[in-house]
Design a protein around this ligand. Structure first.
Ligand code: SAH
Length: 366
């Protein structure tokens, strides 16, 4: 297969492309469901197209999704995948089956996808930061992680989180295109309520996501409600501080009526005081939301910054006290379990080992 990659094209785009090849409009709908519902990546298997049409498409176009290079399986069932893109760069995606079926709720099978190769944001605690940004993923590469993993694991994936490598809101056009295809009623049919976009906080893009009408859940990596502390942890806060970020989250809630998730990694003696908890309580009064407490996963390839900041996970006592304080004020608190910690698949641990080793050895990015 040579020619332009058709995987990642929207229905509108397929209609134009197929029309140019002399095919009727409804043929595009057929190709659309083959690709994104049935996960068929071979024109020859699209059996409701004529042989002549299949040959014509195969002669002109190719169908490619990221290729699974390796799989690591955690003792808790989480699986981490290394995926190769066509230009040889690699990203990671994680498959997280829910531990058990809760009463009346079907079992959830979530995948966590990357949106960029590396990340430009340089958060002090995050493994991906060390890679810097190599490039944005295309819509096809974002959606292709879903397809590659879906084909591989077999059982139906039910939920999607944009919490892998990269900052989704710095690649929002492609993220929106991928979501538009995924949520289309002739493909997977998964609804916005099964999709979560996690952001370090880019206010105008949070507004754009709200206005896009995709109705997904928004999670914001907050980690502190003190500008000085947050700027140390997350340099993006110097550009968009809390005074800019908070109104955008409020806008998101008003526009979508969806409760915002405030993600909060607890660092010992940095953001885990009584005062910090009180600030979070106040925020949840202003913006209906829930707090997602994430244990800090110490990353072994710590940056200079992590070392100088001496970041450490909160002690169990401070961790429990922080949560108890929030709950005593009726804040909804979820404590994120550490799925896949043993295979470095937990939040913030995604980084390509080979390139990190390269950074460690030579001080440059491969
Ligand atoms: N750029 C997006 C999504 C990727 S990170 C964002 O910032 O939200 C997904 C989540 O993992 C974020 O909440 C992030 O702050 C958190 N995270 C990153 N490194 C971590 C670490 N070492 N331990 C625990 N959580 C981490």
């Amino acid at each position: 297969m040579t020619g332009e990659n058709l995987f990642g094209k929207s229905l509108d785009e397929l209609q134009k492309i197929l029309a140019e090849a002399g095919m009727e409009t409804y043929r595009a709908n057929q190709v659309f469901t083959w690709l994104y519902d049935k996960h068929i990546l071979d024109f020859n298997k699209m059996t409701n197209l004529s042989k002549a049409h299949r040959d014509a498409l195969a002669a002109r176009y190719r169908l490619r999704v990221p290729a699974i290079v390796s799989e690591q399986v955690s003792s808790d069932g989480t699986r981490k995948y290394l995926l190769a893109l066509e230009d040889g760069l690699k990203v990671e995606a994680v498959y997280i089956p829910s531990e058990r079926e809760s009463a009346g709720e079907p079992k959830r099978r979530t995948i966590c996808v990357s949106t960029q190769v590396g990340c430009p944001l340089d958060c002090a605690f995050c493994a991906t930061a060390a890679m810097k940004l190599k490039r944005n993923l295309t819509a096809g590469e974002i959606l292709g992680q879903w397809t590659a993993l879906q084909k591989h694991v077999g059982q139906r994936i039910t939920n999607l989180v944009f919490m892998g490598m990269g900052e989704p809101l710095l690649n929002l056009d492609n993220v929106l295109r991928a979501m538009e295809i995924l949520t289309h009623d002739t493909t997977t049919g998964i609804g916005g309520r099964h999709i979560t976009v996690s952001t370090a906080g880019i206010p105008h893009e949070i507004q754009r996501l709200a206005d896009a009408g995709v109705n997904v859940k928004l999670a914001v990596s907050l980690h502190s409600l003190d500008d000085a502390v947050r700027s140390q942890l997350m340099p993006i806060n110097r550009k968009y501080n809390l005074a800019a970020l908070i109104p955008s989250m409020e806008y998101y809630y008003r526009k979508t009526k969806k409760r915002v998730t405030f993600e909060y990694v607890l660092f010992d003696n940095l953001n885990d005081s009584e005062r910090d908890a009180a600030r979070l309580v106040k925020l949840t009064r202003q913006i209906p939301g829930k707090v997602n407490i994430i244990p800090f996963h110490k990353i072994d390839h710590t940056s200079n910054k992590t070392r100088t900041m001496n970041l450490a996970p909160s002690t169990p006592e401070r961790f429990e006290a922080f949560i108890a304080r929030l709950r005593s004020d009726n804040v909804t608190v979820m404590v994120r379990n550490s799925s896949g910690v043993d295979i470095d698949a937990a939040c913030g641990q995604l980084a390509i080992r080979s390139s990190l080793r390269h950074i460690d050895n030579h001080g440059i990015v491969a």
